[in-house]
Ligand binder design. Structure first.
Ligand SMILES: Nc1ncnc2c1ncn2[C@@H]1O[C@H](COP(=O)(O)OP(=O)(O)OP(=O)(O)O)[C@@H](O)[C@H]1O
Ligand SMILES: [Mg+2]
Length: 272
């Protein structure tokens, strides 16, 4: 118990889980070691089940890709994990802390699908604002900002107002804001949508670098050429996780040669 608490587990998480017998203890220990651990995560809006009892177990240092058609529950899942949406039921832990997390917020980064940066500030001011929100050492800020501005290819526009940027440029600023505080786990909701192919390559190189440094990345994408680069792919459909595994494993299991066909095969198997 002491060990669990000193390792960053909140009191309610350890109490609830330990109170539930042997299986719960195991789950709690796993929750502590995994970057993300969710059990029967559920979100219901009136009569619509947006996320239908999904389990997630994402080890630290993994690149996890969530795919699925529009409205399949990807964004809702991420919003619950980052604490922006209340769970209807189920439990989730991020870096061992029960969701919604209240401590160590700066260990997590989040790029929302919708734009959440300030259009009346410049690119650099946005980065600085996010950095200050997470109490990042101002001495570290300049270096990180410069690196990220290169990644998003906006170094020459750093003093431009966001309102003067194109949609894709704004999207790229949003990505940099999610990463500026060097989080351990980062949730990126469609980070490459609308981004040109050359820059997308650069983004993926950066994601690979982050992974090499032990960071955990959870992202959503509609691009199968991106999904195939993930360590694990979670296939969502109508709020359910219909298949999960390595891209190669999913293709083998479904007897297909690409992830799109694999998805269709799994979708057919679960029906409706
Ligand atoms: N605030 C809300 N109130 C009611 N229903 C909602 C709300 N937010 C999302 N939904 C519904 O929940 C379901 C899942 O939506 P979600 O945004 O998670 O899908 P998604 O997989 O991220 O889709 P996309 O690929 O279009 O981004 C959809 O049917 C959506 O209409
Ligand atoms: Mg979405």
């Amino acid at each position: 118990m002491i060990a669990l608490e000193s390792a960053g587990m909140d009191r309610s998480a350890s109490t609830v889980a330990l109170g539930g017998g042997g299986r719960s203890v195991k789950r709690t220990l796993e929750a502590e070691n995994d970057a993300i651990h969710a059990h029967r995560l559920r979100k219901v809006y009136d009569d619509l089940v947006a996320v239908d009892d999904i389990d997630l177990k994402i080890a630290k240092g993994q690149l996890y890709g969530m795919i699925g058609p529009n409205g399949s529950g990807k964004t809702t899942t991420i919003k619950m994990l980052v604490g922006l949406l209340r769970l209807t039921s189920g439990k989730a832990y991020v870096l061992g802390e029960k969701v919604p997390i209240s401590q160590n917020i700066s260990r997590i980064g989040y790029m929302p699908q919708e734009m959440a940066i300030y259009t009346d500030l410049t690119v650099r001011e946005n980065l600085q604002l996010f950095s200050e929100l997470y109490s990042i050492d101002p001495k570290k800020f300049e270096g990180r900002a410069d690196d990220l501005l290169k990644v998003i290819d906006l170094a020459d526009r750093k003093d431009s107002l966001v309102s003067e940027l194109s949609g894709s440029m704004r999207h790229r600023v949003s990505l940099a804001c999610a990463l500026v505080h060097d989080p351990e786990v980062v949730f990126l909701d469609e980070p490459t949508v609308g981004v040109d192919p050359e820059l997308r390559v650069g983004f993926w190189k950066y994601f690979a670098d982050l992974k090499e440094k032990g960071k955990t990345i959870v992202l959503t994408t509609h691009y199968m050429d991106e999904a195939v680069r993930c360590d694990t792919v979670g296939m969502m459909r109508a709020g359910r996780m219909i298949a999960e595994g390595s891209p190669k494993g999913l293709m083998e299991e479904s007897g297909t040669a690409d992830l799109e066909s694999a998805f269709l095969t799994f979708a057919k198997k679960v029906g409706s």
